[in-house]
Design a protein around this ligand. Structure first.
Ligand code: FEO
Ligand code: CA
Ligand code: CA
Ligand code: CA
Length: 651
């Protein structure tokens, strides 16, 4: 099961290949200095990796950083490693796994994975991803943990298989749709000081691909959103590929729809070529949709313009995905709302920066090779004295895309009809086309192609913005290297740090710098045994990792970094399983806090209000976690991490 599962995951990830940005936007002018390029070429040797595998913090050396008060854990290279290893003085226990009951009447998880989709609708979805904690007002020991379920893996089914070569059975498709979306679960700190689920809470809720949601903002009721099943263009069934998240100052959860193009197909070559919204996002054009072939059982995923409405009425269905969806976790009856003012792309996250005056920005990556970094600035302000007035703040505002200059400066380019070349003659007759085709609009405006922007995190005091660029093996080929994306065939990724002008979330200019390049470490030795020479700016100071993905700040300003690389890839084997690390933003020291089971990705982070409990997600473990018995099917799982002495995590 491990191999089959791992291969399936690898195949899903490879779909990023089809969305290489074809635009001709110029890269940053300045090239990497040649001595550095030589380092990179010979650099990532086993010797270098090995040095750091047993490296600084694993040896328990005292840290210069006042923030990193724990010992690093070593890499785990054993291909059978099937548990979570957390640093000494802490414990990590499974808390919430795929199939666990959520809503009233949900059956317990069945280890043989029955294909009862009605049961799945009430149970935890698959592939736990971004996650946030919402404290009940005035209560520090009680809250709602809200998390995304990004996609599904073959162990969802009793057969352990998803066969796209035949029409899909409808009950399997429905179960897969039910396992996408979001879970809301109530959690409470018990008398023993341990956090537990409240199993019968009225707040426990599943939202899935089968949950009706309202379309709001500039695209609501627009012709581009109208379909055979929703001729008014006002209500969409479901949300999918929910990856990272955001929170609003008024206490709602933002779930972000990432790789939606993989769920659709348009088989008409002429229509496909003419339709920017299908071509630029890389929908399938023949065979089946890339993920799961749902269209063989559920026609709304077939966006081909067949002449009869029953079958051809779904050309606009893809336009109804790729948005930010706002969910009020404290109102279990409230319909989720797709906020179209944010624009549409493969949306990774919506990270909030809140100014002192209530003005705000939400930062979002578009995770595909050579895609862009965006921010959405609502027109209004948050008024903490009147949070209810914020109800529809997200329906009005400006979408911007980042242009990074080689000298460390940058501009936010407004994606607004009539500005930056976004006119009818270029295919943007109104703001609706700009928002639906935000990638094409960003091409036209002259945005900087990046190495797969994933999460953003905003420093709790300085409002500096940290953005992970996870990797890009197309760099140096499809997109030339530049200062912010400096490595060709970039297997390991980097983290950038941005400062908005005046620390103002709404600024239109900023400065940026490389915070670190992953996959290399200061003081590492090259293949020849010699220290890596010359310019080490941006490399890692501390423990080694690849492909930074999730990032989040805790209240003390520690930057937590989560990784997502294929641990079966030869280039990754010496750094072993995926990791949760912690960085000091001042010293740039990075230390490994936790290692996950083989085949997993570590993603999603949330804290209790006192910082003494942390939840992290183990997504698509490869062997049999959390049973870790070598035979039970693996389950994506939230783990609860606490310090044995009851202290603040990381302190
Ligand atoms: Fe779902 Fe880009 O991670
Ligand atoms: Ca991610
Ligand atoms: Ca990733
Ligand atoms: Ca993932």
């Amino acid at each position: 099961m491990m191999n089959e599962h791992s291969q399936f995951h690898a195949r899903l990830e490879a779909h990023d290949d089809i969305t290489i940005n074809p635009s001709a936007n110029p890269p940053l002018a300045e090239l990497l200095n040649p001595s550095r390029r030589n380092v990179l070429k010979g650099g990532l040797t086993l010797a270098a990796l090995g040095f750091f595998a047993g490296g600084i913090s694993a040896c328990g050396k005292a840290s210069a950083s006042p923030l990193l008060n724990f010992k690093g854990v070593p890499v785990q290279i054993d291909p059978a490693f099937d548990r979570v290893l957390v640093t000494e003085g802490y414990r990590a226990v499974p808390f919430f796994s795929w199939g666990d009951p959520v809503e009233a009447g949900a059956p317990a998880w069945n280890p043989d994975a029955s294909d009862d989709w009605q049961a799945q609708l009430k149970q935890a979805g698959d592939n736990h991803d971004g996650m946030d904690f919402f404290a009940f007002p005035g209560e520090s020991d009680r809250g709602l943990l809200v998390m995304n379920h990004e996609y599904i893996n073959p162990p969802l089914h009793p057969s352990g298989k998803i066969d796209q070569s035949k029409p899909r059975p409808l009950n399997e498709v429905r179960k897969e749709q039910a396992a996408h979306g979001v879970s809301v679960i109530e959690v409470r700190k018990g008398a023993d000081g341990q956090w537990q689920r409240v199993m019968d809470s009225a707040y426990n809720r599943r939202i899935s691909m089968l949950t009706p949601m309202r379309l709001a903002g500039p695209l609501a009721a627009h012709a581009l959103m109208q379909t055979a099943s929703d001729p008014r263009g006002l209500e969409v069934l479901g949300t999918l590929n929910n990856c990272a998240t955001g929170i609003t100052p008024w206490g709602t959860f933002l779930t972000c729809e990432e790789n939606w193009p993989n769920y659709f197909i348009n088989r008409d070559p002429a229509d496909y070529a003419a339709r920017v919204a299908h071509k630029r996002y890389g929908l399938a054009s023949s065979g089946t949709s890339k993920n799961y072939a749902w269209e063989t059982a559920d026609p709304r995923f077939d966006a081909t313009p067949y002449p009869d409405q029953a079958h051809g009425g779904h050309v606009n269905e893809p336009n109804r995905f790729g948005w930010v969806v706002e969910i009020d976790p404290f109102d279990p009856q409230a319909q989720p709302i797709k906020r179209t003012a944010f624009g549409r792309f493969s949306r990774e996250c919506a990270a909030l920066s809140l100014g002192d005056d209530g003005r705000m920005a939400f930062y979002s990556g578009d995770d595909a090779k050579g895609e862009y970094l965006y921010k959405f600035v609502p027109s209004g302000r948050f008024d903490s004295a009147n949070p209810k007035a914020s109800r529809d703040l997200l329906d009005h505002g400006t979408l911007y895309v980042a242009k990074l200059n080689a000298d460390g400066s940058g501009q936010w380019l407004a994606l607004v009809h009539g500005q930056n070349g976004l006119s009818a003659e270029h295919g943007f007759p109104s703001q609706a086309e700009v928002l639906v085709n935000a990638r094409a609009a960003a091409d036209r405006a002259g945005a900087t192609p990046m190495d797969r922007p994933e999460w953003a995190a905003v420093h709790p005091k300085s409002r500096e913005v940290y953005v992970t660029l996870t990797n890009n093996d197309g760099r140096g080929n499809k997109q030339p290297v530049d200062k912010a994306n400096p490595r060709p065939n970039n297997l390991h990724g980097q983290i950038l740090r941005f400062n908005e002008q005046g620390a103002d979330p709404t600024a239109t200019t900023f400065t940026w710098e490389l915070f670190l390049l992953a996959g290399e470490a200061r003081g590492a030795k090259g293949k020849d045994g010699q220290p890596v020479p010359a310019n080490l700016t941006g490399t890692i100071n501390g423990d080694l990792f690849s492909s930074p993905d999730g990032v989040a700040f805790d209240a003390a300003g520690r930057l937590w970094i989560q990784t997502d690389y294929d641990d079966a890839e030869p280039a990754m084997q010496a750094m072993g399983c995926n990791q949760l690390l912690c960085a000091d933003p001042s010293s740039r020291e990075v230390r490994r806090f936790l290692v996950g089971p083989r085949g997993c990705e570590i993603t999603g982070l949330a804290w209790s209000p006192d910082g003494k409990a942390m939840w992290a997600n183990i997504q698509h473990p490869g062997i049999s976690f959390p049973a870790s018995d070598g035979k039970t099917r693996p389950r994506s799982t939230t783990v609860l991490i606490t310090k044995l002495d009851g202290g603040v995590i990381g302190s």
